[in-house]
Structures are given as C-alpha cells and as structure tokens.
Write a protein that binds this ligand. Structure first.
Ligand SMILES: [Ca+2]
Length: 264
C-alpha cells in the first residue's frame, strides 16, 4: 500500500513537471518581447503645448502622447469647423469638463489643418505629428501579445485587427461594465465617444476613435499636396465589445479624438 502511494506520488510529480515545462514552452512560443511598461519617453516625459501639460509614453521605439489632445476653442455641436486660422474643438455634450477628461473631438480637415499630407503636424505640438497607418501598424505589432510587428496579419485591410491589441490599449476603468482593458503599455485609451456628421454626440463609454492622417490605406502618400477631396478618412477604434483594434473609414465630418506621435 505504502509503495503504491509512493508510485502514485512519483507519477504525479512527473506529470506536474511535464505540465510546467509545457507551460514554459508555450510562453516562449508567444512573442518574446521585452516590453517597457508605462514608461514616459526619457527625453520628453511631458510636453507643454498651448497652456496644457501632456504626459508621454514610450512604446517600443515610438513615443506617444498618453492623453488625447485638448487644444483649441470650444464650438457648439451645431457648428462646423472652418479653415479660419483658429483651432476649434467639440467637447462631448458641449461640456468643457468632457474635454478636460477625454480631450477634444475634431473633424478630419481641422485636425490636419487643411493639409492632405500624411504625418503632417496638424494640430499636434511642434516635433509631433498625426499618426499614419504605418505608425498604427508599428504600435499594433508592438502591443499585441500574439502577432508581432512583422506578422503579415497587419498588412491586411480587415476591419478587426490583431488578437488582444485593443484590450492592451484600453484603460482599466471608465469603459462600460465588463469591457475594461489591461492598459498593458500605458497607452490608456479612453472611450471618448464622438460627434457624428449630423452633429450628435454618442458612444461615450463604448468607443475610443482616433483619426489617422490618411484618407485610406491604399492612398497613402498620394495627392498629398492637394486638399482632401475625399469625403472620408481612415480611423482606428477600440470597442467595448472587442479585444481587437478596428480599422475603418468614415465621413471626415465626424469628429473623433486625436492622439499625437513624436517625429522619428
Ligand atoms: Ca479652424
């Protein structure tokens, strides 16, 4: 009886050890990244711009603002933004407190300051620019736990991207219940919602939506000196229903959040 128990114990130990080794191996088969977690960019931990201080976050080789831009003069949702030499912003529900918490919402042309040049400074601080599709691809590959930067999955134009990149970019609170993220790298994406082309505010708590400085994936860099004659532009979004990142186009009269990335 005693030896039977010993034998059982030895078998269990072997099984446990095997399980442990298997777990180790799986972990190694995952991306072998050395992610810096929630560190400010060493050269520029903060950026002061138009009277407001923004934190920065280093993610891989990129340096991002940790907060959405909140620059410009607030206009009402019933007004359209104009090429008038003044940066204008919408605040959710026309409430300045929303801008303080979530940043402003901007129509695409206003954000670009009426340029059609990908990676233009637009309304970003000097030495920073409006992210391009490629900037997002780099971020997505860095942050996703399953697909790395060079995975061909990022070349695709499918709407839902990656495995858990969206989950890793979302804040750990502020999202509608049970939709919180992990905020794994300090990007701290908040569900700021939007002002749609009819002028209505919606989706706060459910969606984070950022414009990209291109009108579509295919048109990168083309016609860049001309004004944007397209009526739509590219965006990236995080959803309360998904762990992925959404890539889509929308009417450039929608107003979305703006996150800046530092020039390389
Ligand atoms: Ca303006």
């Amino acid at each position: 009886m005693r030896s039977k128990q010993s034998l059982l114990l030895i078998i269990m130990m072997i099984l446990l050890n095997h399980h442990y080794m298997f777990a180790q191996e799986s972990a190694q088969n995952q991306k072998n990244d050395n992610k810096a977690v929630n560190n400010p960019c060493p050269e520029t931990p903060t950026v002061t711009y138009e009277g407001q201080v923004y934190n920065t976050v280093k993610i891989g080789d990129q340096c991002w603002l940790k907060e959405n831009l909140n620059v410009g003069e607030m206009i009402m949702n019933t007004e359209e933004m104009e090429d008038n030499g003044v940066i204008e912003k919408y605040c959710y529900d026309n409430d300045a407190d929303s801008c303080a918490k979530y940043g402003g919402l901007y129509q695409w042309d206003e954000m670009m300051q009426y340029s059609n040049q990908p990676a233009t400074q637009g309304i970003c601080p000097p030495d920073w620019h409006i992210p391009t599709h490629e900037d997002w691809v780099i971020l997505e590959g860095e942050v996703d736990n399953h697909y790395d930067r060079w995975d061909e999955i990022w070349d695709g134009t499918s709407i839902n991207r990656g495995y858990d990149v969206g989950y890793n970019l979302k804040t750990t609170d502020g999202w509608n219940p049970y939709a919180y993220g992990a905020d794994s790298v300090g990007f701290s994406g908040m569900p700021a919602g939007n002002r749609n082309l009819l002028g209505n505010f919606n989706s706060i708590g459910n969606y984070a939506i950022w414009w990209v400085s291109e009108t579509s994936v295919d048109k990168e860099g083309k016609d860049s000196e001309k004004p944007n004659n397209d009526e739509s532009a590219l965006y990236r979004s995080l959803s309360h229903q998904l762990h992925q990142v959404i890539m889509q186009t929308a009417s450039n009269k929608n107003a979305f959040s703006v996150r800046c990335v530092r020039n390389y």
